[in-house]
Design a protein around this ligand. Sequence first.
Ligand code: PHE
Length: 353
Amino acid sequence: MDLASFARSLEALEERALSSVAAAASPDDLARVDAEILGRKGELRELLGGIGALPTEDRPRVGALANPIRERLEAAIAARREDLELAAVEARLAAEALDVTLPARPLHRGSLHPIRETEREISRIFGQFGFVVVESPEVETDELNFQALNIPEDHPARDLWDTIYLREPTERPAGAPRRLFRTHTSPGQIRAMRASTPPIRILTPGRCFRYEAVDASHAFEFFQVEGLMIDEGTSMADLRGLLDAFAHAMFGAGRPTRFRPGYYPFTEPSVAFDIGCVVCDGSGCPACGRSGWMTILGAGMVHPVVLRNGGIDPERYQGFAFGMGTDRITMLRHAIRDIRAFLANDLRFLERL
Ligand code: PHE
C-alpha cells in the first residue's frame, strides 16, 4: 500500500462516518456511532493500525493526514449531539406543555362556623368595654363547676345542671377531685378571680355539656360566653347598661330589653335578660311563646360567697356576671330553628350562612 491509497481510505472513512453521524437519530445512536468510528476499537484506529504496510519514509506523514479528519469528525459529532439534545428538550417541552388558558376549577373556600362568628362578635362588642377573652377548660372539677360557685354537693340547685361525670381510667385517689364536663362556663369566673386581682373584666367563651334529651332547642353539647366584671362600686345599673349596649349592638339599636327576676346560686340578686322577640317584634308569636320577649342570658351580682371562694374580699369589691347561650344567639341572628344543625356538619347548612 502507498500513501495515496492510504489517504483515499481515510477520506472514504470520513465520508461514511459523516453520513452515519448525520443519520444518528438519538443521543444514544450517536454515542454508538462515535464509538464505532473514534473509539478504542473504532474504524479510525483500525485503519491507522495498518500503517505498518506503508513505506517507512511515508509513515510520519500519516498523522498530518489523519489528525484533521479526526478533528472534523469530533466536531461533527459534537455538533450533532447538540442538535439532538436540543431536539429532545423541545420534544419534552411540547409533550409537557400546559394549556394555561383553561379556566381554573373553582377553589373551595372554608369559612368560620356560625357559632364561632357569633363568639367573635360577642367578644368584639364587649371588647369595646374593656373585656378580654380568657380560656377555661372543658373538663372541670366538681369543685370549680359547682362547689366554689355556691352549689354544695346534694344541693337541690344541682338539678339545674344535668351533669356528665367522667369515668376515670383508674381508681380515684382519696381526696382527688371528681371530674366532669363543665355544665356551664361559670367555673371560668373562679379561675379568673384566682388568677388575678380586681379590676377584672373577662369573657370566657366555650363549649359546655349537659346530660340532655336532645330536641330542636336542647343539645347535650352547646356553647356559652361567660362575662365577669369585678371592681369597686359596680352595681346592677352598670350590668343593665352594659347588657343593653350589647343587645343593641347585636340585635339593633331600637331593640327593647328587660330584666326579670331569676335564680342562680352564684349570683344575688339574679336576673334573666330578655330582648324583644326578633321574629314578631313584640306582638307575640310561637317563637317567643306569644310573650313578645326572648331570654338571651342569665346574670346577676356575684354572690359574696363566690367572691370569697375566688380569693376576693367582698367587703371591698363587688361585681356582676352573665352567661349567654351562643347557640341561641346565633339562632336568633340567622333565624335558625334547630340547634342540632350546628353540629351536624352539613355543608349545605354551613355554606348558606
Ligand atoms: N351559668 C348559668 C347557666 O349556665 C348562667 C349564668 C352565668 C347566670 C353567670 C348568672 C351569671 O345557666
